[in-house]
Design a protein around this ligand. Sequence first.
Ligand code: SF4
Length: 496
Amino acid sequence: MFSGFTACPGLFYATSAQDGILSRLRIPGGILNSQQCQAIADIADNYGGGYVDVTNRANLQIREISQGINSGVLQQLQNLGLGSHNSAVDHIRNIMTSPTAGIDPDELIDTRPLVKNWDDYIAAHPELSGLSAKFSVCFDGGGKVAVSDRLNDILFTTELIDTQVYLRLHLGLIKSKPPIDTGIILLPEQCLSILAALADVYLHHIDINSQRKPRLREIVNSLGWENYLQQVEQRLNFSWQRCEKFINTSSQTKKEECFSHIGVHPQRQENLFYIGVVLPLGRLESQQIRRLGDLAAKYGSGTIRLTPWQNLLITDIHQKSVIDVQNKIAEFGLDSTVTNIKSSLIACSGKRGCAASATDTKGHALALADYLETHVKLDSPINIHFSGCEKSCAQHHNSDITLLGVSDGLRPAVGDRNIESYHVYVGDRENHAKFGRKIYQYVSFAELPALIEQILKVYKIYRFNHDESFLEFVNRYSITQLKDLLKSPKICVNLR
Ligand code: SF4
């Protein structure tokens, strides 16, 4: 038997945070209708801080809740499909899929039915309440907006073999790394049986009465993944196929694809478009949710899709209405251009929401973005990630620039000044340390905007051409060479 602590907020499992009680609405596939938008805005106003945060699993969090949400309201949310009808399983992690499922011109399969099947199965099987809250499942339909690099316990990717679409099974075996290919390929209709069997083997090997639930990878690694999969196969009434070529590598999404959903894009449906809207740090004021819901109902199909990049899409907009909708989005104080620095800005809860944080990550991230908007003109998205401690909750994959919060008091020469500061990392962390390569340390927040401005300007001046990404650029240089470039006559901060 295994044990391990797990704690995740849910609609019926509110948890404490620095800024009050936190409740999470589980939105399978991240898809909302306009009626749900109105209900969410009401609950954020009546119980929370008047806003919601989109998470990196395309959930919604309501924060700053000061009083319990009454049972009538919970029932109403359940009736609207904003909570599982079985509260015992509502804590299980949101089911992830591409936000463009069913509308992506490049996808091989519409994954929405697969999401619904697994969600319905969870709701109908109370014994799954024994699963770890972090038991996470993702379906990638093979479209342009890929989600296969997201961290999940179980991932299905899609491939076409002789005109038949197959789902390929991947398992998350290494902490903070994308799932690894098992080589097992399945017909779409076999996915539900596999998921049920994967869950059943897990439940068979844990102490079901313990509050402490291990992650799936702990069980798989302990049993050995071939052994685990053998036990899964024994529970099936069919045999799975294995690709001869076993690809034991993690599945990756190209960085530029992570932001390819922002802006106006044609759907696979003729004359229809979706618009990707930038949400600064995933936050939406309640009035913005209401207005976006109304907008989606008036000009589209009433559908809003939350993304794992903490932005959203309004879908099914007729070609003739695209400009009107963009103008309305701007009226709501939001933006839909991919080069908006806020489209790829990520910050963890920071000091306002988490006791472990050394810095006010969210406040600093927004202040930095406001500064950069008026000092640097971007022509491609640059991912900037603020983390309040080494845990890096908000982003587990590569960032272009990572800013790790530290207390300046930790710096021996400074004593107890306790200035909120950052270590600055650039580049690809696959081949280097956890956050990439450290280029500066203990940069106070006052110094940070000018430094990041300079880094971005150096990239724009010295890159090979417009197609060279920031990661490719910085990975071409040693840290010493990069620092030399940054010491050009334009330098305007005192760098340590
Ligand atoms: S990364 Fe650290 S500081 Fe930020 S939310 Fe996670 S635990 Fe808290």
